[in-house]
Design a protein around this ligand. Structure first.
Ligand SMILES: Nc1ncnc2c1ncn2[C@@H]1O[C@H](COP(=O)(O)OP(=O)(O)O)[C@@H](O)[C@H]1O
Ligand SMILES: [Mg+2]
Length: 421
């Protein structure tokens, strides 16, 4: 008698299982290679050949390419996952048939084919399912350790974007004195207060709004915070075309576990106050009321942490900054003295151990009026360009001040490219 177990693409365990099969296949291939060496072949020649006959390896491999989000594209990572069709694996003493099938129907929302994997084994061996899933889950967790997963929206669903990123250390984001600590403490207090919320029937969620000019560390901080809390992060750009009120609402009700929601550029919704037309169609972007409704609708038994960011605080509306929607608002501004020194230390602590060059740099920064007027991103760009070269950094400061006078930063862009012309 046979038993089978079906798992669909939409199940959380689907990618774990694929990953497990890949790992299992690799281990088997490595084992086969070992036994093909002459000295082992002597011992187990017959046995090996029988096993390899009984134990066909995965065929129909499918390539899965993951581009690192912030690395060079040459760092793309390929892995071979079991392709569609039937595979037979030997697991311990049990045989297992793995059938990966693509359904005819297509998920309209994501335009992705619907898929299932069916595992079949003898009834007597049914206990291996549990073992396989336990292993697959452990493997998945191992690979995620020290990493932050980034989810993007894909139609009505969230989908992992790129490879898991190494956690960004909180130290690497330099905010004004005490700001980081204040936010981190607030989030931690929130996470510790689960029963308080549930006992009072209050939706267990907390909203944060970070605002300020571009390049002041809003996105970076949220990413570092996610890593610090061992959360993943689901990013949604409110200005994205095609993100309708309905989709936003739906996405917010389907956030993966232990995931911070990051809504970037929420100001777009402030200018888009158009009400849905008679046909209920509100246009291709999120409306103001759509954003409020979506935030209000977020309720789950799990904790829900939402960060909103905007570069245009002047477009904010009182209605947004209401407890339950946004509970804490923080401005991240241009680099203060404290931040300039902090970022300097991160780059030059080794080459400027006495801080002598830092003092000269700070004096010059004040002279040029850079304090509280250049972005931390621009500073980082300057320091990246002058890696290990404190004199270079000092002599190129004027470039930053020229950019400041024109109320922009043409000399140093966010990715750290410096225009020396
Ligand atoms: N306060 C900061 N501390 C450390 N790095 C920063 C800071 N602000 C900006 N950066 C760097 O500048 C770049 C852009 O920052 P980002 O977080 O995207 O800014 P924002 O979201 O506020 O526009 C990133 O490479 C980031 O590492
Ligand atoms: Mg940002």
């Amino acid at each position: 008698m046979l038993v089978d177990l079906e798992i669909t693409r939409h199940d959380e365990a689907y990618p774990w299982l694929l990953q497990w099969m890949t790992a299992f296949h690799r281990a088997q291939a490595a084992g086969a290679e070992l036994s093909a060496q002459p000295h082992t072949a002597k011992k187990g020649g017959l046995l090996t050949s029988v096993i390899s006959r009984l134990n066909p390896r995965l065929h129909h491999l499918q390539v899965r390419t993951l581009q690192p989000i912030d690395g060079p594209s040459s760092a793309a990572h390929f892995s071979f996952v079991p392709g569609h069709g039937k595979h037979i694996l030997r697991y311990g003493s049990a045989f297992l048939m793995v059938d990966r099938q693509r359904e005819k129907s297509i998920n309209i929302g994501t335009a992705e084919p619907f898929e299932t994997i069916t595992l079949t084994t003898l009834y007597a061996h049914r206990h291996i399912f549990e073992r396989i899933f336990t292993e697959a889950h452990q493997l998945f967790q191992q690979m995620q350790e020290g990493k932050t997963l980034i989810y993007n929206s894909m139609g009505p669903d969230w989908q992992q974007f790129g490879e898991a990123k190494r956690k960004r250390p909180l130290d690497s984001v330099v905010l004004e004195r005490g700001v980081k600590e204040r936010i981190v403490e607030d989030v931690q207090a929130f996470l510790a207060a689960r029963t308080w919320y549930l006992d009072r029937g209050i939706p267990y969620r907390r909203g944060y709004l970070l605002y300020g000019p571009p390049g002041t560390g809003k996105s970076s901080f949220i990413q570092a915070l996610a890593g610090h809390l061992d959360f993943n992060i689901a990013i949604l750009n409110v200005s994205e075309r095609g993100l309708t009120d309905d989709r936003l609402n739906h996405l917010l009700t389907r956030v993966p576990r232990r995931t911070i929601v990051l809504l970037e550029d929420v100001d777009v919704a402030f200018v888009n106050r158009r009400k849905p037309g008679a046909d209920g169609y509100a246009g291709a972007t999120v409306t103001f009321s759509g954003l409020l409704n979506a935030l209000d609708g977020v309720a789950s038994a799990e904790e829900r942490i939402i960060f909103l960011t905007t570069n245009h605080v002047e477009k904010l509306d009182e209605a947004l900054i209401r407890p339950g929607r946004v509970d804490m608002t923080v401005r991240l501004g241009e680099a203060t003295e404290y931040q300039i020194e902090g970022i300097w230390d991160r780059f030059y602590a080794d080459v400027d151990p006495t801080g002598e060059a830092k003092q000269r740099f700070m004096a010059r920064a004040k002279e040029l009026g850079l304090v509280n007027s250049v972005s931390t991103a621009a500073l980082q760009g300057l320091f990246l360009y002058n890696k290990d070269d404190v004199e270079g950094a000092i002599s190129m400061m004027e470039g930053l001040s020229a950019g400041k006078d024109r109320r922009q930063q043409p000399h140093v862009d966010h990715s750290g490219h410096v225009d020396v012309a």
